[in-house]
Every structure is written in structure tokens, then in C-alpha cells.
Design a protein around this ligand. Structure first.
Ligand code: PEP
Ligand code: MN
Length: 352
């Protein structure tokens, strides 16, 4: 951490800051130029707030040199994190395509969709059973019945299940069914939920908040990692901007930025990031070309009658065409599409 003193800082103020740095258990490197005095604070600084020094008299700017998200950072873990899931790896050479409806609506709907997305080349099945809806009067999800239907779909197709958890009160139920816990955009900063997930060994797909910065996303991942759960995938799902022609704005930049800052796998959700089925394939292709490790895509057998997010859901045939294109781009990138082999997810076997 670098503490830059004001030009008119007094020697007493410099001395006081040095004392405070030492009290925090850090070593001091003093650089006194004609223009400015810079105090280097050396040691474990990720758990110290910059404000602690910013408030001191004579201090102008406090800058971190290392990232505040230590466990998520590439600085501390240069190799990609790769973790196994139902016969394939996430974060390595393989591109994971997770697909399924926004919400589980019925037994037949989820089983039909699971069979279709598997045939088209998906390696995991998504489906929400607890839905974060803008209106409390809108469909809220099927709960445990939905989880039972997802389990049946997994048994029939071998696809592992990705489903959203909205609260830690759902944890006990969800860990019994789900292979990957999705944390939705609205819950990215639900720190109690993140801590609870850190205590489990179930992989987590952490979505970026609607107006969260990349650093805030990584700090949220840090909550899960610091509990000992190392299996975190990050998901860019579009952010809110002034643009109204799409539901959100896909932050494609976030893919190379995240790949640079962190070793965690990065997934893109082109369904929520665009909000319109017609744009999903284009953004899916762009994501893989930009270096994403996977996609999570909404697919529905009858989007016109979907209870949620029908407008952005692909019909199975459109999804199959998208997967073909994505597969070609993956090849150019020296990667290949992952496929599930039906084996039990390691997390379900108590794998850590
Ligand atoms: C979803 O995946 O259906 C969902 C609600 O996503 P998000 O949290 O990104 O809005
Ligand atoms: Mn949705």
C-alpha cells in the first residue's frame, strides 16, 4: 500500500503516519522527494481498509498495489482454477454450456427441455425453483417440487443441475439436490448468503450485480472462497446502463478483465444480458471469442408460454444452431465443448 502525503504535510504528520503503519504490523519504506513524501506500507495489507490511513492528517492519497481480493486474485494464484463437474472440467480447455428454462414450470417442461439441450450439446441443466421477481405477485417458483423434477431430469439425461439459491434458509434443502448453486444478480452482495455458501463444498455460480463493479464482484467471490469453498464461477449477466434497446448491456470487457484479474472461471449469460432471443447467439459467440469459459443460456420448448423470461428464451432448435457456432469459435480458440458423462458430481460424493 502506498500512502502519498500532501505537499505541505509536516514532518510530525509523516512521523504519525509511519507510527500507525507500524502499529498495523507492516514494514515502512519511506521515499522523500522534493515534490512529495511517499510512505510504502509493506506486508499483509488486503485486510486493512485504505480509509484507516486516508483519515490521518497530512495524507493525500492511499493506493493499493496488490488487490484487496486476495484469494480470488491471479497475483496469489497464477494458474487457472479448474474444477470437475459430472465428467467434465470447468475453467480449463473445455467450454461449459449450461442451458434450460428460466423457471422450472412442470415435470414435463423440465424433462423435455433437458433432453433437448443435452441433444444440442449442453453439459448442464439450469432451472430456477426460487425466483427473484420484481413483483411479489409474479410466479415465485415451484420450490421443492421443482427440485424433484430437476432431479428426474438429471437422472434421465446425466446433466448436472444449476439452480438459484435466494436465501441461506434454502441451503439445507438445495444442497441435497443441486450440483451448482447460482447466486443471482440481486443477491451478489448478500454477504450472509455468500458466507453460508463458503461453508459448503458445492460449486457456486456467482452472478454480477446489476450495477456492481468488477472489483465488487471479486470481493463477493472472496466471501465464498474465504470460507474454504474454492469452486466459484463468475458470471457476467449484463449491467444497467442508459441504453434501453436491450434489457441490460453485455459488458464483454468484463471477460478479459476478469480473466486477467482472477484465476476463477468466467461464464457469460447472453440471455439476461440482452433480454431478447434474437441477440443471444451473437453475444454467445462474442463471449467465447473474448475468452469466456462457458455460457448459461435460457432455453424453453415454448417461449411464448413461459412463465418467466420467455422473450429472451431460445427455442431448442435455435439453441442447437447457437451451440454449433459456439463450437466452431471454441475450436479457433483452441478449446472444445464440454459434455457430461452422467457421472455423479464430485460435490455430491463429498468431494472437496
Ligand atoms: C436467472 O438466471 O433467471 C436470473 C434471475 O438471473 P439474474 O440474477 O442474472 O437476473
Ligand atoms: Mn431468467
Amino acid at each position: 500500500m502506498m500512502i502519498i502525503m500532501k505537499v505541505d504535510a509536516t514532518p510530525q504528520q509523516v512521523e504519525h503516519v509511519i507510527e500507525r503503519v507500524k502499529e498495523s504490523g507492516l514494514a515502512v519504506h519511506l521515499s522523500q522527494g522534493i515534490e512529495a513524501t511517499i510512505i510504502g506500507a509493506i506486508g499483509e495489507t488486503h485486510n486493512l481498509a485504505t480509509e484507516q490511513f486516508e483519515v490521518l492528517d497530512g495524507v493525500d492519497i492511499v493506493k493499493r498495489i496488490t488487490q484487496p481480493f486476495k484469494l480470488a486474485s491471479r497475483q496469489f494464484h497464477p494458474e487457472n482454477s479448474i474444477f470437475p463437474l459430472a465428467g467434465f472440467n470447468v475453467g480449463g480447455d473445455e467450454i461449459a454450456i449450461i442451458a434450460g428454462p428460466c423457471s422450472v414450470e412442470s415435470r414435463s417442461q423440465i424433462i423435455e427441455t433437458a433432453i433437448a439441450v443435452k441433444e444440442a450439446g449442453a453439459c448442464a441443466l439450469r432451472g430456477g425453483v426460487f425466483k427473484p421477481r420484481s413483483s411479489p405477485y409474479a410466479f415465485q417458483g415451484l420450490g421443492e417440487d421443482g427440485l424433484e423434477y430437476l432431479s428426474e431430469a438429471r437422472a434421465q439425461t446425466g446433466l448436472p443441475i444449476v439452480a438459484e439459491i435466494m436465501s441461506q434458509t434454502q441451503l439445507e434443502l438445495m444442497v441435497r439436490y443441486v450440483d451448482v448453486m447460482q447466486v443471482g444478480a440481486r443477491n451478489m452482495q448478500n454477504y450472509n448468503l455468500l458466507r453460508a455458501l463458503g461453508e459448503t463444498r458445492t460449486p457456486v455460480l456467482l452472478k454480477r450485480g446489476l450495477s456492481a463493479t468488477i472489483e465488487e464482484l471479486l470481493m463477493s467471490a472472496e466471501y465464498i472462497l474465504s470460507g474454504g469453498n474454492k469452486q466459484v464461477m463468475l458470471c457476467e449477466r449484463g449491467i444497467r446502463t442508459y441504453e434501453t434497446s436491450t434489457r441490460n448491456t453485455t459488458d464483454i470487457n468484463a471477460i478479459p478483465v476478469l480473466k486477467n484479474l482472477t484465476h476463477l472461471p468466467v461464464i457469460l449469460d447472453p440471455s439476461h444480458s440482452t433480454g431478447q432471443a434474437d441477440y443471444v447467439a451473437a453475444i454467445a459467440r462474442a463471449a467465447i471469442a473474448a475468452g469466456a469459459d462457458g455460457l448459461i443460456v435460457e432455453v424453453h420448448p415454448d417461449p411464448a408460454h413461459a412463465v418467466s423470461d420467455g422473450k429472451q428464451s431460445l427455442k431448442p432448435e435455435k439453441f442447437a444452431a447457437m451451440v454449433k457456432q459456439v463450437g466452431q469459435i471454441a475450436q479457433i480458440m483452441g478449446r472444445k465443448l464440454a459434455s457430461a458423462d452422467g457421472s455423479q458430481s464430485p460435490s455430491k460424493l463429498g468431494w472437496i
